[in-house]
Design a protein around this ligand. Sequence first.
Ligand SMILES: [Zn+2]
Ligand SMILES: [Zn+2]
Length: 398
Amino acid sequence: MKALIWQGTNKVGIETVPDPTLLLPSDAIVKITSTAICGSDLHLLDGYIPSMEKGDIMGHEFMGEVVEVGKDVKRLKVGDRVIVPFNIACGLCDHCTRGNYSACDNTNPNHRMAEALYGAVSGGGLFGYSHIYGGYAGGQAQYVRVPFADVGGFKIESNLRDDQVLFLTDIFPTGYQAAENCQIVKGRDVVAVFGAGPVGQFAARSAQMLGAAKVIIVDRVPERLKMAEAAGIETINYEQTDVLIALREATGGRGPDHVIDAVGLEAHGHGPGALMDTAKQKMRLNFDRITALRWAILSCAKGGTVSMPGVYGGLVDKMPMGAAFAKGLVFRMGQTHTHRYVRPLLAHIEKGDIDPSFVITHRATLDEAPELYKTFREKHDGCIKVVLDPWGQLAGKA
Ligand SMILES: [Zn+2]
Ligand SMILES: [Zn+2]
């Protein structure tokens, strides 16, 4: 089959590789009909998330048709149309039974690597996301092996298009969990979202769905701000204004009640803190550039929540903990417990509350994916979200 392969830092390409096969009786093989490039794939591309190996298949946002099932798979059968969350969960361990699927104890065979890197316990396995997360083959390919298929394969029985349900694999639940973590008081709370990329867009719309009185999104890319404006979200371009003052002005002086950092470890931004982060990150002296997180802490109202769906990879410098403590902020973060959200959010899509395809700007074939990685990384051509067809139809701009 054809697959998008990590060939080295900043180098991906299409290669022909062996088709996946069933390895365990709880596996299924899925023929992929749609797959997407995620912002977090860029952290693999440039090596900020370590432990990729040459030959690894990337991709963790995919859906398709079940073509083979192991003998222990009970809930899925050949021919079923499924979406598959990006995290792999066993469904049986203590964390899974509490609904904390991304903390699964049984799906990351390389947990010791993660523990060595982060100095603590690791999360569960992830598709196509480095060896510290299990080294599973990803879904930017024509086929994928889905372990624990009864837990990770969610049947889509309505006639919604692929592009309306594909993002249930990651970015919609990720944005939604980030908003839910804010425990928004309906009709009263103001939520600010840093980063108007795909996750930020879904976090902002989820905050609206959860009843926020006002949602404000902060970015510097005009077309990303425009996409948010189309949904009635207020916008701040941090290159044109002082973001901390603008957020105070928009909230009667108190700051947003909750702030979502949908940027993570490769923030841009400006000021001495941002410059120092960039210099140190280039020398690998620290992992993360945290401008967005600093702004989140400094802008958030007293007693508010700083919710962090953006990915962080290591140690951070110059985090304003004094401000966070003085304001009594609550921090919520981590990988999304995607499985928890698939069915409730699918119900919202079926009811017409939201059509997640709004975020797509580019469609391409798998062969065009290496080029699209560059377009997406450079934010060229208005690129916000790329959907790939591994079987070569649907090419062209969305
Ligand atoms: Zn993703
Ligand atoms: Zn588990």
